[in-house]
Ligand binder design. Structure first.
Ligand SMILES: [Zn+2]
Ligand SMILES: [Zn+2]
Length: 236
């Protein structure tokens, strides 16, 4: 079956996202837009994933616990997990190894932790947009160990992408998937980086505000459950 997806969405936990991007709002608006499976991928944290998954159960839409990890090379990598518990353990691991720099909400924006009913549970004090201690060379194996899949985000962009920061994407990095932005030119990228011909190309919204959530257009051929989606992305 084909499945309308958006696997790159930020909530109000990301300092750069709008405060009305609550787990409840982003899940329900995605469902209204026709999405069948989404992933919540805040910068370096999975702390709002549980709330989004519970909102998803009520809205009848699959919500995958995820994260947009910033590697030590400042490359953004989308990480998706089969289980919430593993996602939260990975999130704790990332935060422990991150530079312990405090967020300054007045400059960078708030980092709100919420439940599925828009109740604020707290604020993350460590700034989530810093580079983590994890290298692009290790991330695939590491995330696989947590039962997840990961892939480089918005590879066509001129910042925080594997191509902008490292100038290349190689098979040794271990990725089966690459994400290209909605405006990216997949054909031109494949000509320049032939390794992409052997990879699945996904396009997601990277929405930081409700207006940026996209109507359902792109689909994957897989069953609508997290396990099947992750296996499909891993080619297993
Ligand atoms: Zn990014
Ligand atoms: Zn993002």
């Amino acid at each position: 079956m084909s499945l309308f997806y958006d696997f790159h969405i930020h909530s109000c936990l990301s300092p750069c996202a709008e405060e009305d991007m609550t787990p409840y709002n982003l899940v329900n608006l995605s469902a209204i837009m026709g999405m069948e499976a989404i992933a919540l991928t805040d910068h370096n944290s999975c702390q709002n994933c549980g709330a989004a998954m519970r909102a998803g159960e009520q809205a009848g839409i699959t919500v995958i616990p995820g994260m947009e990890l910033c590697t030590c090379e400042e490359v953004h990598v989308v990480c998706l997990f089969e289980e919430l518990k593993a996602a939260e353990e990975f999130s704790d691991f990332v935060l422990r190894g991150a530079p312990q720099i405090k967020n300054r909400p007045e400059i960078f924006g708030t980092q709100l932790i919420m439940d599925e009913t828009d109740k604020i549970l707290g604020e993350q004090e460590i700034l989530l947009t810093m580079a983590s201690s994890i290298s692009i060379d290790d991330v695939e194996k590491l995330v696989d160990g947590y039962g997840g899949v990961c892939y480089p985000a918005h590879i066509d962009r001129s910042s925080y992408s594997v191509i902008s920061n490292l100038g290349m994407i190689t098979p040794e990095m271990g990725f089966e998937v690459a994400e290209v932005s909605p405006m990216g030119d997949v054909h031109a990228l494949k000509e320049k980086f032939p390794v992409l011909n052997n990879m699945k190309i996904l396009t997601s919204s990277d929405a930081h505000r409700l207006e940026s959530l996209r109507p359902a257009e792109l689909s994957l051929h897989t069953e609508n459950n997290i396990k099947s989606i992750i296996r499909h992305l891993k080619n297993r």
